[in-house]
Design a protein around this ligand. Structure first.
Ligand code: NAG
Ligand code: NAG
Ligand code: NAG
Ligand code: NAG
Ligand code: NAG
Ligand code: NAG
Ligand code: NAG
Length: 651
């Protein structure tokens, strides 16, 4: 626009000059004609110079110049054209206008024009200059190296010399490329470029469009909640504005993937995934308008295994083994591990199985075991552990005096409360009244100490219960007597009342025993834990009793013992140790005593038999039917016997 205005203004000047000059020329020409000369007037013998000339128009490759003839009768013009980097050209013309073609763009040209008259020398030169316009850059602006906030723009070089380029997103640059930074992400950016040169009107723009990339979501800001059959994820928004999110879930090693419809929300749930499988999840950021979506892959997610139903467990046990079967886990491809941990010890036995049953072997008889079943699957899945109810192995089961005693490692423990507690003497006799082998608590190993002090597991509630029920609360008895005492006769050493043995386990004191201690130890409920301290024996507190478990004779052992006793009584009724007793079964009354007589004739045998015992005789063969296989061996012998009645031989 401004260049056109300039051009208009210069044309206006030109024509005004033209009018003035035309008037002057008319006058001169008239005079010349009057004088009849053929050469110029101002300087005699010389043609007058061109005094009015101007550039009428210009393009990127041409300049048109107009001028006025200085004299009448001009026969032609001689002119030269030059520019800083081109050879000088010379031309003749008869017109008062000339268009210089095939010029370089963006170049300033100098012209000199001389007029010629017949028989005269050329006039002095008139000098003027003009510019060609800048060429437009061919083609479009090309975009490359696009990032979220930048891109590179390139264009073809201008054929003109000495130009720079004005780039809409990068300012003025000397080269045919520019990097545009600081752009909005996910935006359509129009880039315009035009060549510029100082002193020349700029060339027209060329255009290009860049689509900046979308910012992906940040994988480290995704939170996942993975359950057996669902995966829920939430993420932080992309930095790019106005985007949607497309979430995809694919089971690893399958082609089958599920994609949720694009949404602006920052969370998604897949609720039909399979338990115990690996899933590959991605969140893609998308935007309408031709933008490429950007995908963020998340770490592989493993759905949880289904545990087993503890109520489906069925148990069987013998002396050394516990077998359990259960309903299989709902997850496919799993295996199981049964763990049996002996209560109150670190002993653990495990058994693995691909089927929903297992047996812990090599267990101890008559012991209680905590059972757990772990559902496992190879491939990095976390085990799912289900606790089952405790089971006992058969056999020698110990027991305590009553059901309210707790058992630990072969001993029974009882906390006795009562409304106001007892003094130390009364506490000892209370324990012994409950179980003759009981005494106030003594502790012989650190694991036993740990068990006793593991307050949380036992819910002993010394403090709460004492305070709730005491009637005479003088002693602030949030405590219970134990069998700990200080032996003043033995340098104040701490010992156990039960057997006066020294304590050989570490004790956590509430008040250090050096302050100075009183003589009897009790366990104080210090709100969150139990601690030891000493006190005076007449104080009334709750108390702890301890007794060994009562080992019951197992069935068979009991029978064996009964048999042995029976045998003993029978033997005493048989004539001597040489005679064996026979009864119909354990505990049944004596049937007979027998002894073997080595082969001989029947009468000799009977005689020998009678010598052993006057009421003995040879056993009749039919009486042998009720005898065991072992006893039948005597068939091959003569058997001398003493029955309930003295039998008569009938064989
Ligand atoms: C132009 O004309 C002059 C005079 O007639 C002559 O001397 C000259 O050689 C011519 N130049 C060209 C380039 O034709
Ligand atoms: C030069 O000017 C002509 C006429 O105006 C135009 O057609 C052409 O495209 C221009 N060339 C360039 C390179 O700008
Ligand atoms: C993917 O799995 C689902 C559910 O099992 C099924 O409905 C769908 O057809 C499967 N798609 C492909 C492509 O296999
Ligand atoms: C998850 O999917 C992506 C894209 O298909 C793939 O590059 C990647 O390897 C996959 N991961 C696994 C563990 O299959
Ligand atoms: C106990 O059961 C296990 C497993 O059923 C078996 O192997 C073992 O022989 C049994 N032991 C006894 C003493 O019966
Ligand atoms: C403590 O003494 C008891 C009985 O004297 C003993 O059985 C036990 O092994 C001892 N414990 C330690 C840890 O020394
Ligand atoms: C201990 O308590 C019993 C029963 O309440 C009582 O007979 C006895 O005198 C008390 N002994 C001491 C030393 O307080």
């Amino acid at each position: 626009m401004s260049s056109q205005a300039d051009r208009g203004r210069s044309l206006f000047c030109f024509y005004r000059l033209l009018l003035v000059a035309a008037a002057a020329a008319l006058l001169l020409c008239d005079e010349a004609a009057a004088q009849g000369t053929s050469c110029g007037k101002l300087l005699p013998g010389q043609v007058d110079p061109v005094t009015v000339a101007a550039v009428r128009s210009a393009t990127n490759s041409s300049i048109t110049v107009d001028w006025l003839p200085p004299d009448r009768g001009i026969t032609g013009y001689f002119y030269t054209l030059s520019c800083p980097s081109c050879p000088t050209q010379q031309h003749n013309t008869t017109d008062e206008t000339f268009t210089f073609r095939d010029l370089n763009g963006a170049t300033e040209y100098s012209f000199s024009i001389q007029a010629g008259l017949r028989n005269c020398r050329l006039s002095p030169a008139f000098h003027l200059s003009g510019i060609t316009y800048l060429n437009k850059v061919p083609g479009r602006v090309h975009i490359s190296d696009v990032t979220e906030t930048s891109f590179r723009a390139r264009w073809a070089a201008s054929p003109d010399v000495g130009v720079e380029y004005e780039v809409s997103c990068a300012g003025r640059v000397p080269d045919t490329t520019a990097v545009c930074t600081g752009q909005p992400s996910g935006a359509s950016v129009t880039v315009t470029v035009r060549p510029v040169k100082t002193g020349f009107p700029p060339a027209p723009f060329i255009h290009g469009t860049a689509l900046t990339k979308l910012f992906p979501i940040d994988a480290s800001l995704v939170s996942l909640s993975v359950r057996e059959t669902s995966i829920h994820l939430t993420w932080a928004a992309s930095i790019t504005e106005g985007v949607l999110y497309r979430v995809t879930c694919r089971r690893v090693s399958t082609e089958n993937s599920t994609s949720l419809p694009p949404s602006k929300y920052l969370s998604a749930t897949f609720s039909n995934v399979q338990s115990g499988e690996a899933y590959n999840l991605s969140v893609a950021v998308t935007k309408k308008g031709g933008f490429h979506e950007v995908v963020t892959w998340l770490p592989i997610q493993l759905t949880k295994l289904f545990g087993i139903d503890p109520s489906s467990a069925q148990y069987s046990s013998n002396e050394t083994a516990i077998s359990v079967t259960w309903q299989p886990s709902s997850t496919s491809g799993v295996s199981y591990q049964l763990t049996c941990k002996r209560v109150g010890s670190g002993e653990v036995s495990t058994a693995s199985s691909p089927t929903p049953s297992a047996t812990c072997g090599s267990l101890q008889s008559g012991q209680e075991y905590e059972l757990r079943v772990a559902v496992k699957k190879a491939g990095g899945f976390d085990d799912v552990i289900t606790a089952l109810s405790n089971q006992l192995t058969n056999g020698n089961r110990g027991s305590c005096a009553t059901a309210d005693w707790l058992q630990f490692n072969g001993f029974c423990y009882l906390l006795v409360k009562g409304s106001n507690g007892r003094n130390l003497t009364a506490a000892v006799s209370d324990c012994q009244r409950r179980d003759p082998s009981a005494h106030l608590l003594w502790i012989t190993s650190q694991s036993e100490m740990n068990w006793v002090m593991d307050y949380s597991a036992r819910n002993w509630r010394l403090r709460e219960d004492y305070r709730a029920q005491c009637r005479d609360c003088r002693f602030q008895g949030d405590a219970a007597w134990t069998g700990l005492y200080r032996d003043e006769a033995d340098g104040g050493k701490f010992k156990w009342l039960r057997d006066n043995s020294g304590i050989n386990v570490s004790v956590s004191w509430l008040v250090g025993p050096s302050r100075p201690p009183m003589n009897f130890g009790l366990l104080v409920d210090a709100e969150t834990r139990l601690l030891w301290r000493t006190y005076q024996p007449e104080a009334r507190h709750f108390h702890f009793c301890k007794a060994p478990v009562r080992v019951q004779q197992p069935e068979t052992a009991k029978n064996d013992a009964a048999d042995a006793a029976q045998e003993k009584t029978v033997r005493t009724r048989c004539p001597s140790a040489a005679w064996s007793p026979i009864s119909r079964g354990p505990g049944a009354s004596l049937q007979m005593c027998y002894t073997k007589i080595y082969p001989g004739s029947f009468p000799q045998a009977r005689e020998e038999c009678r010598r052993w015992a006057p009421n003995a005789d040879i056993l009749p063969a039919r009486s042998l039917h009720g005898l065991s296989r072992f006893d039948r061996r005597i068939l091959f012998l003569h058997v001398c016997y003493i029955g309930k009645k003295t039998g008569k031989s009938d064989s």
